[in-house]
Every structure is written in C-alpha cells, then in structure tokens.
Ligand binder design. Sequence first.
Ligand SMILES: [Zn+2]
Length: 162
Amino acid sequence: MNWRPLSSKELQAAEHYVRLAMAQAELAAQTGNAPFGAVIVDALGEVVAAEHNRVREALDPSAHAEINAIRVACRRMQMPTLEGYLLYFNKEPCPMCLVCAIEAKLSAVYYGDPDDGSPPVALPAAEIVRRAAVDHRVQVHGGILAEETRHHREDLLRRYSS
Ligand SMILES: [Zn+2]
C-alpha cells in the first residue's frame, strides 16, 4: 500500500535497505529466532539501527525486529522519537510494531511481502495508519522485493527450523 508512488531512486534505495533487513533476518534464523530483520536509516541514508527478531533468545514476545531497531535507534540518537527516520522490514509489520512506529513518529515504513494473515491480529498496515488518531502520519510502502523477501524467509525456515 503506497500513499504515493515511489520514484525509481527511492525504490532503488528501498530495495537496498530491505536487503539489509533480509541479512538481519538471516542472523535471527541462525540464532534460533523467527526470520525477521529491520533497519532504521536517517535522512542522509545512514543506518542507525540494524536489528533482528530476538523473541526466543530474550524470552520476550515483544522483541520483534522493528521494536528492537526502534529501541536501539532511540538510545543511539538519545531521543524518544524518530522524526525524519525511515524503517525497513522484510515483511509487512504486525499491528504491535506498526503502532510502535507511529508512536516513534517514524517518517516512513518500507516493507517486503504483504502479511498473509498469520499474526494473532491480522490488520493491514495501511488500515492501522489510516485509523491512527495522531497528527503525525507515517508513510507506508509495501511490496518492496515482495517475492524475494517471502522466498528468503521460507528458505530460512527450511534451513534453520528443525
Ligand atoms: Zn511485530
């Protein structure tokens, strides 16, 4: 779901950072966690946080990649919010993470393949953003390397879950 079409330059950048998120997903799978990764980038394109899902290692159901990345970026920047920052993820974010992105005032969220209805609350990212009763509106751009992110996760699940 796009609020506006991406320019080819924006799409190229989005694909680059979604691939970094996929590399984080690989780290997650290698450490026994679910294959999800997220990166947060500043307005100049510098990565300020690259994190992965740590639910199993941290015994923390909220330790999703996006939440971990938001925490790391806020601590690093010494700010409780991340206005002007962009988040990239290798799948459509779950409602918990998207609401956290809204709370963090991130400027945009870019993600890979759309949600397949598997999380406990299947609510599309675009719908959550539409319903957000805040002045700040995060842009949501889905479907970045959608086939590639989905196949990559399926491959990680095959290789690392036993
Ligand atoms: Zn999540």
